[in-house]
Design a protein around this ligand. Structure first.
Ligand code: CA2
Length: 146
């Protein structure tokens, strides 16, 4: 049986749909999970969506994915721009990784223009709102041949 896709989310994304809708929209991570589960489910693949405000927790989940996930969709949020540790964890993961940003980080402050994670990701999606998670899920399914 195919292992699930891990959809991992970094700090403050628990507020999705509750604050700053002009930047991040009105839908929640529960909506993201439902949309991606429907897409992956059509190919017989499950999804596991998680969110944490803690860098070490995110790293532990990436380690878990080494044995438990067929691919990773990750929105590392602010850790995108700061964390060599998240990059190192992803470098130890052998399956496909797609990086997602809800907003177009390149249209925002200069400190959001650099991503440590992009050096590892098979693909990077920014500015498509939560549809970016759906596209990333489809891409993982393609890359694993599901
Ligand atoms: O655009 C994205 O998805 C980001 O990864 C979101 C991060 C930001 O630090 C990155 O530069 C780009 C911030 C996540 C904060 O999420 C919130 C959602 C709703 C309300 C407040 C914060």
């Amino acid at each position: 049986m195919t292992k699930p896709i891990f959809i991992l989310n970094g700090p403050n994304l628990n507020l999705l749909g509750q604050r700053e809708p002009e930047i991040y929209g009105r839908e929640t991570l529960a909506d993201v999970e439902a949309r991606c589960a429907a897409i992956a489910g059509d190919r017989g693949v499950g999804v596991v969506l998680r969110q944490t405000n803690h860098e070490g927790q995110l790293i532990d989940w990436i380690h878990e994915a080494r044995h438990e996930a067929c691919g990773i969709v990750i929105n590392p949020a602010a850790f995108t721009h700061t964390s060599v540790a998240v990059l190192d964890a992803l470098n130890a993961y052998e399956g496909p990784v797609i990086e997602v940003h809800i907003s177009n980080v390149h249209k925002r402050e200069a400190f959001r223009h650099h991503s440590y994670v992009s050096a590892r990701a098979e693909g990077v999606i920014a500015g498509l709102g939560i549809e970016g998670y759906e596209s990333a899920t489809r891409r993982i399914l393609t890359l694993i041949g599901a």
